[in-house]
Design a protein around this ligand. Structure first.
Ligand code: PAF
Length: 306
């Protein structure tokens, strides 16, 4: 009988300086997948890590709550954190290097350069979060320069963010391949997010109306509805039937350029359509999206409920 020797999982190194991360990254032989995060890791993040290790030899994860992507009235100070739990989660997933820099390391005094992607950063989340995508584009560019990944993975829940990152990689001639991964959902359809921990028990029904509303719009698309205005109103009506849900925006947009499909004009089937929305449930702002012309979506549990 032949035994297969299992190599011990290599120890994960936790690093907080750019210099140390660079040195450790240079010592890795083979390809590197990178998952940038703000921590408080959930199954969605873990799915990115697993997808990374399917593609590459090594995995690097960063945990950094980037202050420049939060507006003055946003939840930076109460953003959830669990550094010890996150370390264990990364280690269990086979992460080689975990980068956890401080603000002083990432934005030393005098830091004055920002990366701005125009066009894609107008509308959708940018309307109520001015400056957010500049903060994201800046930190992601810095992290890519530090980590030098072959592949970087991002969740499709942050659809606009993914589009912005794809564009900046293209425009700045970066060599990292960007991989978008499907939204991971709770059993009731709620998209996984670190912010879900702020939801109170009474928020659950309004929170799950987001996915239900998107599914209604996708059903309507499948049934032949092509007017963006009708599709948006269908979703809005469903969400607004739930006490505690306040719509920030609902838009039906082109999947690549994110331009809103004009209401009252029929969308050509080959144009493609994605419905994206942001909804306040209590004080928590949730986002979600669904490709209307994509593969059959899963059916949420609360479709029949008000
Ligand atoms: O999606 C996130 O968690 C953040 O926006 C990112 C990409 C890690 C940049 O801070």
């Amino acid at each position: 009988m032949r035994f297969r020797m299992h190599a011990f999982a290599p120890t994960m190194h936790v690093l907080d300086s750019i210099e140390a991360l660079r040195a450790a990254r240079r010592a890795l032989v083979g390809t590197v997948a990178f998952v940038p995060t703000m921590g408080y890791l959930h199954e969605g993040h873990l799915s990115l890590m697993r997808a990374g290790l399917q593609r590459c030899d090594h995995l690097i994860v960063s945990i950094y709550v980037n202050p420049t992507q939060f507006g003055p009235n946003e939840d930076l100070s109460r953003y959830p954190r669990d550094p010890q739990g996150d370390r264990l989660r990364c280690e269990r997933e086979g992460c080689a290097l975990l980068f956890m820099p401080s603000n002083a390391e990432m934005y030393p005094t005098g830091h004055a350069t920002h990366v701005s992607v125009s066009g894609l950063t107008e509308g959708l989340c940018a309307t109520s979060r001015p400056g957010h995508f500049e903060g994201v584009a800046t930190i992601v560019t810095k992290l890519f320069n530090i980590v030098q990944p072959d592949v970087a993975l991002f969740g499709e829940k942050d659809y606009q963010q993914l589009a912005v990152i794809r564009r900046l990689v293209r425009d700045l001639d970066l060599t990292t391949e960007i991989v978008g991964c499907p939204i991971v959902r709770e059993d009731d359809g709620l998209a996984m997010s670190s912010r879900n921990r702020f939801l109170q028990p009474e928020d659950r029904l309004p929170a799950r109306s987001l996915h239900a509303a998107l599914s209604l719009a996708a059903d309507a698309w499948a049934g032949g509805e092509r007017d963006a205005g009708q599709l948006v109103e269908l979703a809005r009506t469903h969400i607004e039937r739930h006490d505690g849900a306040r719509v920030d925006y609902i838009e039906c947009v082109h999947p690549e350029n994110l331009r809103a499909h004009e209401r009252g004009r029929l969308i050509a089937t080959d144009e493609g359509a994605i419905m994206a929305l942001a909804v306040f449930v209590g004080s928590t702002r949730l986002i979600d999206n669904m490709r209307l012309d994509g593969p059959t979506h899963d059916r949420p549990a609360d479709r029949a409920q008000p």
